[in-house]
Design a protein around this ligand. Sequence first.
Ligand SMILES: Cc1cc2nc3c(=O)[nH]c(=O)nc-3n(C[C@H](O)[C@H](O)[C@H](O)COP(=O)(O)O)c2cc1C
Length: 239
Amino acid sequence: MGDILDVITSRKSIRRFKSDPVPEDVIDKVLEAARWAPTGENYQPWRFVVIRNQETRNKIGDLAKCGSGSRMTAWYCLGHMQERFEKIEDPVKRAEVLRFMYSGEVSEFAKVAPVVIAIAGSLQVGSVDVPYDLSAAIENMLLEAHSLGYGGCWVHGPVASSRDAVKFKKILGIPTAMNAYKVIAYVAIGHALEQRRHPRPKIPLSELVYWEEFGKTTRPKLELKDIVSYEKFEEKGKK
Ligand SMILES: Cc1cc2nc3c(=O)[nH]c(=O)nc-3n(C[C@H](O)[C@H](O)[C@H](O)COP(=O)(O)O)c2cc1C
């Protein structure tokens, strides 16, 4: 079996797309990848709505813009946004980036993504695991699209509040009853318009991983005597 770490580490969120359509077989493969994601108790609660219609994508883009805009305006008012982009030295450029973020334009790109795939989780079929199931499916979709040479982005913007989630469902004809479907995002897919600088800064493992106990950063030597063989484990269970 191949190591897919190169696929994983070279993926990046793409928000600017060429207008070329995404071939049908690519869409099918992306959906196929989603179908194979792990899912709590194998419920497979996911349902996918593939959207290419321009008018529908415009509505989703507007909703995502409002959702992201209200969230980021709050961060801007609290000063977090300014902190996040303080490394941009040119004040004009910094102001433009900030405006792009708090206006919500950052999440408007469904309008120019050739394909948008909305992911809805059936709360009747699924369990408490539905949001995790959907997240696993989304990651599979992004990785498959990337491995096929397409760019994609996970967009939570249009479902940032429960009111927006209802609007999102209405746009797509997803039943809006509270206990029917959970919508957590859509995925935009297309040919990347340009190569973005990558990788995005990621926190090194040395700052993320602890060994045996939270906070312990030193990797202990593995003692083979500590490992219980499956046979012994099974034997114990039978007793
Ligand atoms: C749960 C989740 C929600 C996200 N929502 C949005 C969004 O609404 N708009 C957007 O432009 N990007 C969104 N993204 C993409 C992230 O901004 C992106 O993954 C992050 O900045 C890291 O960049 P990278 O994917 O290029 O590594 C979301 C990603 C995740 C996992």
